[in-house]
Design a protein around this ligand. Structure first.
Ligand SMILES: Cc1ncc(COP(=O)(O)O)c(C=O)c1O
Length: 371
């Protein structure tokens, strides 16, 4: 008999979602607007402590419209963390701008302040500063925002925080997503809370959020007929999906505890095994442990593929670490700033040695023991 499958991450409903979904049905608000959307925005904004939020159809759409707020377009460059999923940087290309990728630092796996400083200094020398910097909080851990924000504010460049994987995580007590000028969350099926698909921009800049809502509903000017003086998008979230999100938000704190338990269980399981290290936890914050990730020691005889195949044999799902953008065929001609000049990049080293382990909040103790 096949062993019970253990998945990397799956959606985790808890029952209360249906109450809000029923409200949406009973009120006949089955549209990409409505009371559930408004309430979901207010509740997420209150949870993370910002003034305003715009709920959209995906995290990628949210990054796209946040980027438009910065005015990035043809002829501009935009800096972006390289160790990420393509959804972080594809919107730069949608807008016709040029991405420049910034390596990870070893301590957090997030944007290296050293590489960022060198990228700024080169761009400043040729008088072509980036329009924006997209800083990713990878695998649910905050980037090193102290030095990153210092550098960006010295050059007067806005920061978009891609906290898509990091809802509930913190940097020095502040919620991830609230550290830059605009913050982004995703509610895709694999995220810590989900609406099946969805995203959000949060900010204290209420005018920016109003503009994002305007663009996301096809940029309809106030008129009796359909009048458009700007290019719009059909990016708003459905009222039904926002209802799921409201139910999910009520168990976010519980999910944070469960993710931590999973991480702690791996930590205890691998203690004393020199060959295996866990993703480092930077002292400045509290990750949400969205995914627990290991690295194999340099020179190890076992490769990440060996680990993934062995787990697959046990019907346990695992994944490689994100392949950095400077190694992606689509982005291979883009400029890239490594953490240290002349050395293998940190992001490539993490990709070469990392494996993402099952981090599903429905994992039982027995499942954890197996994985
Ligand atoms: C870091 C990061 N940014 C952006 C995205 C895109 O979010 P979405 O899938 O909601 O479009 C993802 C997707 O999972 C992601 O992991």
């Amino acid at each position: 008999m096949d062993k019970k499958p253990i998945r990397l991450i799956t959606p985790h409903m808890h029952g209360e979602e249906i109450k809000f979904v029923n409200e949406a049905f009973e009120s006949n608000w089955i549209a990409p607007l409505g009371p559930q959307v408004d309430a979901f925005e207010q509740e997420v904004a209150a949870y993370v402590g910002v003034k305003a939020a715009a709920a959209l159809s995906s995290g990628t759409a949210a990054i796209h419209l946040a980027l438009k707020i910065t005015g990035a377009g043809r002829g501009d460059v935009v800096f972006c963390s390289t160790l990420t999923f393509a959804g972080s940087c594809n919107p730069i290309v949608y807008e016709g701008a040029e991405p420049i990728f910034i390596d990870s630092e070893p301590d957090s796996w997030n944007m290296s302040p050293d590489a960022l400083e060198r990228a700024f200094s080169d761009c400043s020398r040729v008088k072509r500063l980036p329009r924006a910097v997209i800083v990713v909080d990878i695998y649910g851990q905050s980037a090193n925002f102290g030095p990153i924000l210092d550098i960006c504010s010295t050059y007067g460049v806005p920061v978009i925080e891609d906290a898509v994987e990091a809802l509930g995580a913190k940097y020095q007590g502040r919620h991830c997503g609230t550290l830059g000028d605009l913050g982004i969350y995703s509610f895709n099926g694999n995220k810590i809370i989900t609406t099946s698909g969805g995203g959000m921009v949060v900010s204290d800049d209420e005018a920016a959020i109003r503009k994002i809502k305007f663009w996301s509903t096809q940029a309809k000017d106030p008129a009796r007929h359909y009048e458009h003086s700007e290019l719009g998008y059909n990016y708003r979230i459905s009222n039904v999906l926002a209802a799921i999100g409201r139910g999910q938000l009520r168990v976010l704190d519980k999910r944070l505890e469960q993710k931590k338990r999973i991480y702690e269980s791996y930590k205890a399981g691998f203690a004393g095994i020199d060959e295996i290290g866990l993703m480092p936890v930077a002292a400045y914050g509290e990750p949400n442990h969205w995914l627990s990730v290991i690295t194999l020691a340099e020179g190890s005889r076992v490769s990440p593929l060996d680990v993934m195949l062995a787990l697959e044999n046990e019907n346990i799902e695992s994944r490689p670490v994100w392949k950095p953008m400077q190694l992606q065929p689509f982005y291979k001609n883009c400029r890239f700033y490594p953490h240290r000049d002349g050395r293998k990049s940190v992001s490539e080293d993490i990709f070469d040695r990392g494996v993402c382990l099952p981090s599903d909040t429905k994992l039982t103790d027995e499942d954890l023991e197996r994985s």
